[in-house]
Design a protein around this ligand. Structure first.
Ligand code: ATP
Length: 744
């Protein structure tokens, strides 16, 4: 590559910081370097552009930051950049550093600023030529400024992406705080008013409300009707009378009433106190911004960072328009930057103009859905619904997965809200045969949204010739119309078996049999993501961060074994999010040749002063090359250069309180479950749809049973195709120093 062809690309972070900016900088910088770019960091947001604080980055300057909150390159709000004179200085400094590619990580304000700089670029350069500050050939050599934007914001307030970098971590911080508060609130029978961030957007309050089972939320998008204070106090009282020991009200810092007047958390607390509640207030403040990024923030930041680097290597034509790099489900997408910014800013205008009925719609599908789910599951808005005469039973099958309890809670309440009679079956299909079934009422599942484990129990039994008659008798006894299995691969085998029995037991043809993904392994068909995997990955990252830290004063290679059975999802994703150099998974195989190659790579790395190495191995990656074998091999061969430690993380991956994503996505899944049932009922006059439901392309999809069965590999107990396989190489490429190009 000639020097002329080498791209010089700069990155800056601007506006409020958010956890996940660092992994985005790391992924972008390394992916761009691997493409041959020279990468620069602009320090302290646009201030660094105006003041020429622009520094070259190399591979090592972004090492060790994937688990750090905040932004290592600093962020700021720059008043000078808001002026044309400031932007002229910015343009001059970019040209001085021969840079005309810019990645901006920030909120809508920062992206607006970037777009303005781009639209003024030619005229600013013209002025600089006229002023004699740059030579006229710059007009041709730097004719355009290419801009990509990644939204770094805890508020999740941007159109064009399902999630912004930092929102999941902020939600985690909120849930940690509320979960702790709830245990003391229950003991003292107190009411708690919690204020969370979100000046213009109620996302954090909304999803925290769904995830903690709060009684009431106040958000800017949906101001309460006049007289809400009394309605809230009366209903909190009713909740107490029906058995709740505490009340929880979550207030977004930008909450307003229907006149547009701010509602403060202290006002809410005072009102409750005046009505006789023992009410306390907690304002969470900046804890929400900080701390180590969650798995999801590291994942989205990494793939958006890599995609930004790709963007700058597209044709000039493709780069004509500035893009926003965002997420749709598990996929990274590009959208026209200014369209997204304008749509986002129009929401603030709608709120100001009090056009509230349009606001929730404008926030997008997920926001609207969670808004509806919150109301349907909350005690306060509970409707009186006549029973529709249909009975549904839920059971778990397979290993326990965090998210099972929130799922049963949402199943129960959303079902009751639609008129169904809900049953819970204990101990899987075995329990169904033994008749271990109990009706689930509204209050049976009170408090389950925050609980790990599985109150209904789970095991690996499946329907078979010896228990099917008993299962049929129990289904008949309760006149069950639908069975929902929320669990893992075994559960999917179980529902497939039940479906097969339809020929012998025609009654089953009038029962809907649905599987929903509830397993940490993410190895079931019909979905990209299973509930439980996110909690498990966060548990794994917490452990990996500590393991890596334990080695800072030595030269150590860790071989860490994670769960996942025959599916490498947990190993691949924890590698991506921890910056491991290698992941060993069954899908890719482990050979003596690959081990030898990797050993050489680590030897070279440790020769170059590297201090820590990390290999993540899936538990079933190879029956021959076990974790201990790999540990022994590397220890023996690397003994003069580095020490090796092995660690098997084990069941800590399956436990703990469910993550924000597992809590809210299990409720979302259940909401769609009932929508599918409603459609089925309308089309067939009875329930019969059978198959599985799951998350695909950013939505919730139904896969009919024959297709579901076709998609399952019985031999490997995982889906035949897995969407995340390409990420293994991407993750390794940006984690292993390219020894063949030491200039990086
Ligand atoms: P957050 O969501 O944390 O508020 P943000 O990016 O929206 O992040 P802002 O304070 O709005 O934060 O913008 C950050 C910086 O971007 C500003 O300090 C300013 O330098 C620049 N900026 C914002 N809006 C404009 C604009 N209209 N014109 C020029 N520059 C702007």
């Amino acid at each position: 590559m000639s020097t002329k062809d080498i791209k010089r690309i700069a990155v800056l972070t601007s506006g409020g910081d958010s956890s996940g900016m660092n992994p985005a900088i790391r992924a972008f910088a390394r992916a761009a370097m691997l493409k041959g770019a020279e990468v620069f960091a602009i320090r302290e947001g646009y201030n660094g552009l105006v003041n020429d604080s622009i520094l070259p980055l190399n591979w090592g300057s972004v090492a060790g930051i994937i688990s750090r909150g905040g932004t290592i390159i600093g962020t700021a709000r720059s008043a000078e950049f808001r002026t044309r004179e400031g932007r002229k200085k910015a343009a001059f400094n970019l040209i001085k550093n021969k840079i005309n590619n810019l990645l901006v990580i920030g909120g809508d304000g920062s992206l607006t600023g970037a777009n303005l700089l781009r639209s003024e670029w030619c005229s600013l350069l013209g002025e600089l030529v006229n002023d004699g500050k740059i030579s006229p050939d710059c007009l041709e050599n730097y004719s355009t400024l290419s801009i990509a934007g990644i939204v770094g914001s805890i508020d999740n307030d941007m159109c064009g992406t399902d999630l912004t970098v930092g929102a999941d971590t902020a939600t985690r911080r909120i849930l940690e705080a509320i979960d702790s508060i709830l245990s003391t609130a229950v003991s003292h029978q107190r009411s708690f008013v919690i204020e969370v961030m979100g000046r213009n957007c109620g996302w954090l309050a909304l999803v925290s409300g769904v995830a903690t089972g709060a009684d009431y939320i106040l958000i800017p998008e949906s101001p309460p009707e006049k007289g809400w204070e009394q309605h809230m106090a009366d209903n909190l009282e009713k909740g107490r009378l029906s058995g709740r020991r505490c009340s929880l009200v979550i207030v977004s810092e930008g909450a307003i009433d229907s006149d547009g007047k701010p509602i403060t958390s202290s006002y809410v607390r005072q009102f409750l106190e005046d009505k006789g509640h023992d009410a306390r207030i907690t304002i969470l403040g900046h804890v929400q911004r900080g701390g180590t990024p969650t798995f999801l923030d590291r994942y989205i930041a990494t793939i958006m960072g890599v995609e930004s680097a790709n963007y700058f290597y597209d044709t000039k034509e493709a780069q004509k328009e500035p893009v926003l790099i965002g997420m749709s489900g598990t996929d990274v997408i590009r959208s026209p930057l200014m369209e997204c910014v304008k749509k986002t800013q129009s929401i603030a205008t709608l709120i100001k103009e009090k056009r509230f009925n349009e606001v929730v719609d404008c926030r997008g599908g997920m926001f609207k859905e969670f808004h509806e789910i919150f109301r349907a599951c909350s005690n306060l808005y509970r409707r009186k619904v006549e029973p529709n005469g249909l009975n549904i039973v839920i059971l778990h099958s397979g290993g326990p997965s965090p998210g099972m309890n929130p799922c049963v809670r949402a199943f129960t309440r959303l079902g009751i809200d639609r008129g169904y009679t809900m049953y819970g079956c204990f101990n899987g299909f075995g329990g169904l045969a033994l008749g271990e079934i109990q009706q689930l009422n509204w209050m049976t599942v009170n408090g389950w949204s925050v609980m790990g484990g599985a109150e209904l129990g789970t095991n690996r039994s499946v329907p078979n010739d010896s228990n099917i008659d008993a299962i049929m008798a129990n289904l008949e006894k309760l006149k069950i119309d639908a069975i929902l299995m929320f669990g893992g691969f075994n559960g999917y085998l179980g529902i497939a078996k039940l479906y097969e029995y339809r020929e012998k037991y025609p009654r089953l043809k009038k029962i809907s049999i649905i599987g929903a993904p509830g397993t940490i392994a993410n190895n079931v068909p019909g979905t990209n993501i299973s509930i439980g995997a996110d909690t498990s990955l966060n548990n794994t990252l917490d452990a990996l961060d500590k393991i890596k830290q334990s080695a800072v004063a030595s030269r150590r290679l860790f071989v860490v074994e994670v769960m996942g059975a025959h599916c490498g999802y947990l190993a691949a994703m924890s590698s991506l999010a921890s910056g491991a150099e290698r992941s060993y998974i069954m899908e890719k195989g482990v050979t003596l040749e690959s081990l030898t190659k990797d050993l050489k790579m680590f030897v070279e790395r440790f020769k170059r002063e590297h201090r820590i190495g990390l290999i993540i191995k899936s538990e079933s990656a190879s029956p021959t090359y076990t974790t201990h074998f790999i540990y022994s091999l590397f220890k023996e061969e690397g003994k003069h250069l580095f020490d090796v430690r092995e660690s098997i993380l084990g069941h800590l991956q399956q436990g703990g309180s469910p993550s924000a994503i597992d809590r809210i996505f299990s409720t979302r899944l259940m909401n769609h479950y009932f929508e599918f049932l409603e459609k089925d009922l309308k089309e067939n006059n009875h329930l019969q749809m059978s198959g599985c439901i799951g998350f695909i392309d950013g939505g919730v999809h139904f896969t009919p049973m024959p297709e579901m069965i076709e998609e399952m590999s019985d031999k490997y107990r995982r889906p035949r195709s897995q969407w995340w396989m390409d990420l293994v190489d991407i993750s390794q490429n940006i984690s292993v120093f390219p020894l063949d190009d030491p200039s990086i």
